[in-house]
Design a protein around this ligand. Structure first.
Ligand code: SF4
Ligand code: MG
Length: 282
């Protein structure tokens, strides 16, 4: 847990910098993930959230360092299990704003199964995936979203494997809010994150976040993205048809559905843990 949570300023006086901790990011200069910290802080300020009421949960990887850089509560967990931890937290403490962050390797490979079921469960939290189509922290292996022909020292002539399609999978698995942002469009990204946090239910935000070290060619993404290309709809078949025309660089909110978020049955919220423990005593 962060020890930097300090809700000293009144809500009206809080600006984006009040949502960042004093910990200096260790990311490579130019890494897209800096843009996500800035956008997230901006969104939190816009929503006037109290940092003590926010928990940022992550798994493992470069982007999973984000909880340390925010002035909210945070949990840096194990590889691929961020959504499981975030789900448990939200179900136990529905009063908290839970934001889960991570990368494409963490979320779609090791955590792929959790991704499907988090979409299906539709617990009210926000999942931000910084997709750079590579495992950055472990020095450049192909991830599930890597292009099949990406030729590198660790994947000579490419993997030949079809890319994972996160937005299509989120849509068919039941996520109730689906959007794509780009770290080179900080205002657009902050607005998308703000809308995602506001939306009741499981909100999935895919963020194109270049890895300048292992995928320097991704610096060209700024020439490829199309801001506001998606128009939000609550119509699932329409969103699915729109995705068929997506080349991976369309930005905006694709889908904002109205399926009610998961509501835990029974008196779980506020449950006294000692009561639960007593039921499991052998
Ligand atoms: Fe960012 Fe890539 Fe450096 Fe990791 S290795 S900090 S993803 S630029
Ligand atoms: Mg990655």
């Amino acid at each position: 847990m962060n020890e930097t949570v300090a809700a000293t300023a009144p809500a009206a006086a809080r600006g984006p910098s009040d949502y960042k901790s004093d910990v200096k990011p260790v990311w490579c200069p130019g890494c897209g993930d800096f843009g996500v910290v800035n956008a997230l802080a901006k969104a939190m300020a816009k929503l006037a959230l109290d940092p003590k009421d926010v928990a940022v949960v992550s798994g493992i990887g470069c982007s999973s360092r984000i909880p340390a850089y925010m002035a909210s509560y945070g949990f840096h967990g194990v590889h691929g299990r961020a959504l499981a931890a975030g789900t448990g937290l939200k179900v136990a403490r529905p009063d908290l704003t839970v934001i889960v962050t991570g990368g494409d390797g963490d979320g779609y490979s090791i955590g792929g199964n959790h991704f499907l079921h988090a979409c299906r469960r539709n617990v009210d939290m926000t999942y931000i995936v910084m997709d750079n189509r590579v495992y950055g922290m472990t020095k450049g292996q192909p991830s599930p979203t890597t292009e099949p022909d990406w030729d590198s020292k660790l994947s000579p002539e490419g993997t030949g494997l079809r890319e994972f399609q996160p937005m299509a999978i989120a849509l068919t698995s039941g996520a109730s809010f689906i959007a794509r942002g780009f770290t080179g469009d900080p205002n657009g990204l902050a607005e998308i994150i703000e809308r995602a946090i506001r939306h009741p239910g499981f909100s999935f935000v895919e963020v194109l976040s270049p890895c300048v070290t292992f995928r320097p060619e991704q610096k060209d993404w700024k020439k490829l993205v199309k801001p506001d290309a998606f128009r939000p709809t609550a119509d699932l078949p329409r969103a699915a048809r729109r995705l068929l025309r997506d080349g991976g660089f369309d930005l905006g909110v694709l889908f904002a559905g109205n399926r009610p978020p998961h509501a835990p049955r029974g008196p779980r919220a506020g449950l006294d843990v000692s009561v639960l423990e007593a039921r499991f005593v052998l």
